[in-house]
Design a binder for this molecule. Structure first.
Ligand code: ADP
Ligand code: ZN
Length: 724
């Protein structure tokens, strides 16, 4: 009898259990095993292992899916690394990476490459079906007309019974079929400009070896054309390409662009809205090498790829690459790991790179490629205006200037965007005279106002101080508390610009994939005059008629206790500004703020990412905040904050002397959104300039957490935490 380690979807520390089988099974084979009296899917992780428990207690494997392709060793290595790095049970990590069909305890059908049918010489001598059999006649005509062949999916659209009918004709010897994909009429394409050409050429020199590139190009500079050039060459060399995008960027526009350029390449499209069956088939097609270009959102990073030659991560700074529950992986970081594993180049692209990637590009770990000009010769950068609204009379968040611009633009036939910064922020204190905000002396986070305790507290390192009675900069004694303001934006707009069609875009109004398509149709049809929306609208969309952007409440991010909030605000303002004036007219961006002198705004006004990045890095360096140090959050939630924080603080006290010396461990603080689903959430930050030491510290923490299980408390670990 042979003992096997099987990865199962169970929350055990490594998720590997031992089962027995009469013969050795290959690693990567899917099997069914009994677990707690129920059949469960597992993946063979190792064979011929030494059993750690009495042989008599080891249960047999129930079923082996030996008709399926094996999950390959490099995929297993990826998941072993992922589980280790993110301190997550291996078995559960493996099941996060599998599509639905492969998690079910039954065999899956293997994907068949599509076949293309046409009438052959004998068929052409036969009489066509009589016209009164309308659908059969149409089917026959389609098969007669095509030179290369039509695939079954298309034939079924002509006649629901196509499969049966064509099978009968095939039997008669009247039709032929081929698996070859029809040649694709090449779409007209741009000649790369000089900068694009230089970037493309550099990427090409790295084919066949590991080299990360940071493609930093302003919005509309034609990064996509550079990716496409590299993609095309790698595909032509017979290798696969993995192309990752943020959730929101997988738009019909982009898919259309890809379809036009790579119409004859077998595609797999993997994202959370792909139907389960299709996703399973696309996963297998990628594994089998049938799919050559794999496009998807963060989860696609786990797709098995036998011979990948290039990875692209578009909008690499986007927070949707980090999963914020269960397995808290960062798809961009795992993509870099995969590129290294496969010895291939990876291109991370953005107009506002993450400071992590920018820092790596500055230090030479990544190679920097730059695009400084917009692709369209005519497209100009928008005019950005910073409006100090501190002393203005506001109408539900709108300044008189903003409303006037909206009215004018509507009269002149332009489309406007009203942008709301909906990022949550805790109450803070600031000086209305000089704009001073209160930062923590120990880290680069902003302090949160605790009115009842009359304290300012850092929600990062738990530093506390009494509420100051005057501004340390200018002596003003009238410090202002800022908190949430709910604005009735749409109502105000309807009154101020009565004839405009106002449409609000948020997570709810775009929950279905057709919602975006409908929105585009309305925009293309010039049916919308004013779009109202949040972050979602900032990204990757190309709205030709948009020429005015009003940013209502940018400031929340500048008081936020999340030290990354200004970085996100900057990226969003740059992108939202990039929306304006894409085609032929220069856009106008008006940003309302009470902190007009904040360096973020100066950088947005100058449309200067470099300036912003340099200043933000200078701010973080003295505190060894990322990217200069590494950070992991240990979180707990309980019915009350006190229970959650108490649980963490107790473990912290026990571990105090055991942690490596250069790992800082702060006191428990509330999460930015402390209440969620009737529970309250606390977290402790562990920080270190050494990734390795931090990893060791987190391992110690996880051991202690596992030993101290309490019924009321749930805990989790967030490595390389992105959201506070
Ligand atoms: P990015 O991805 O950097 O935001 P895109 O690749 O979407 O930019 O390009 C922006 C616009 O410029 C698109 O409409 C694209 O067709 C156009 N464009 C890009 N490169 C060129 C070029 N070399 N010549 C002409 N137009 C270009
Ligand atoms: Zn602090």
């Amino acid at each position: 009898m042979i003992y096997h380690h099987i990865a199962l979807n169970v929350p055990l520390s490594d998720g590997l259990l031992t089962y027995v089988h009469p013969e050795a099974l290959p690693v990567g084979r899917r099997v069914v095993v009994p677990f707690r009296n129920r059949p469960q899917v597992g993946v063979v992780w190792a064979a011929r292992v030494e059993p750690q428990i009495a042989a008599a207690k080891i249960l047999p494997i129930q079923e082996v899916f030996d008709g399926e392709p094996l999950l390959p060793p490099d995929w297993q290595a990826l998941l072993s690394f992922t589980a280790r790095y993110y301190h997550y049970p291996l078995g559960q990590a493996v099941f996060t990476a599998l599509p639905h069909g492969l998690k079910e305890p039954k065999a899956v059908a293997l994907p068949q490459p599509p076949l293309f049918y046409r009438l052959n010489a004998i068929g052409r001598q036969q009489p066509a079906p009589p016209a009164r059999f309308r659908k059969q006649a149409a089917l026959w005509a389609a098969l007669a007309e095509t030179a290369h062949g039509v695939d079954m999916a298309d034939l079924k659209r002509i006649h629901a019974q196509a499969e049966k009918t064509v099978a009968a004709w095939q039997q008669q010897g009247w039709t032929d079929c081929t698996a070859e994909i029809p040649p694709h009429a090449a779409a007209p394409r741009h000649t790369l400009n000089e900068e694009q050409q230089a970037a493309a050429a550099e990427i090409q020199t790295a084919f066949g070896r590991f080299q990360p590139f940071l493609l930093y190009g302003i919005t509309g500079s034609g990064k996509t054309e550079v990716y496409f050039d590299a993609v095309e060459k790698v595909l032509a060399s017979g290798k696969q390409v993995l192309f990752l995008l943020p959730e929101i960027n997988l738009t019909p526009q982009l898919l259309k662009r890809i379809g036009e350029r790579f119409g004859d390449v077998p595609l797999a499209v993997l994202h959370s809205q792909t139907a389960a069956g299709k996703r399973t088939q696309d996963y297998l097609r990628s594994l089998l090498g049938q799919a050559r270009l794999i496009i998807g959102t963060r989860l696609a990073v786990f797709t098995p790829l036998p011979d990948v030659g290039l990875i692209v991560v578009d909008e690499e700074h986007d927070t949707s690459f980090k999963q914020d529950n269960e397995l808290r992986y960062h798809a961009r970081d795992l993509a870099v790991w995969r590129a290294k594993q496969h010895n291939c180049p990876i291109v991370l692209g953005s107009a506002t790179p993450s400071l992590e990637s920018w820092h790596k590009a500055q230090s030479g770990t990544y190679r920097l490629l730059e695009l400084t000009r917009r692709g369209h010769a005519a497209a100009r950068l928008p005019v950005v205006e910073i409006l100090n609204v501190g002393r203005l009379k506001m109408d539900n968040g709108f300044s008189p200037q903003a409303l006037k611009l909206l009215q004018q633009n509507h009269q002149q036939g332009g489309m406007s965007l009203v942008y709301l910064n909906r990022r949550g922020f805790a109450p803070a204190l600031f000086c209305g005279d000089c704009g001073h905000t209160f930062g923590c002396p120990n880290c680069s986070a902003k302090m949160v106002l605790h009115q009842r305790a009359k304290q300012l507290r850092c929600h990062h390192c738990d530093y506390r101080q009494p509420v100051p009675y005057k501004c340390p900069d200018c002596g003003n004694q009238d410090l202002t508390a800022v908190g949430f303001g709910t604005q009735r934006v749409e109502e105000t707009l309807r009154l101020a610009v009565p004839n405009a069609k106002v449409v609000r875009v948020d997570r709810d109004s775009t929950a279905h994939k057709n919602d975006w398509a409908e929105l585009y149709r309305q925009i293309a049809g010039e049916e919308i005059d004013i779009l109202v929306g949040t972050q979602m609208l900032a990204k990757g969309h190309d709205f030709a008629r948009l020429n005015l952007v009003i940013v209502l409440n940018a400031d929340g991010s500048l008081y936020s206790s999340d030290f990354r909030a200004p970085e996100r605000l900057f990226a969003e303002l740059m992108q939202v500004s990039g929306r304006a004036g894409r085609a032929d007219s220069a856009g106008h961006v008006l940003i309302q703020t009470q902190l007009p002198d904040h360096p973020v705004f100066a950088a947005v006004k100058a449309q200067d990412y470099r300036r912003f990045a340099e200043q933000a890095l200078l701010e973080r360096q003295p505190f060894s905040m990322p990217p200069f140090g590494f950070q992991t959050a240990i979180r707990a939630d309980a019915p009350t904050f006190a229970e959650a924080a108490g649980f963490l603080n107790e473990i912290k006290a026990e571990l105090e002397l055991l942690l490596p010396e250069n790992v800082a461990c702060f006191g428990a603080v509330p999460m930015l959104m402390v209440r969620l689903a009737e529970r309250e959430r606390a977290q402790i930050f562990l920080e270190s300039p050494s990734r390795k030491d931090l990893h060791r510290a987190v391992s110690l923490w996880v051991q202690m957490l596992q030993q101290n299980r309490q019924p009321n408390i749930r805990w989790s670990v967030d490595v390389d935490v992105q959201e506070m």
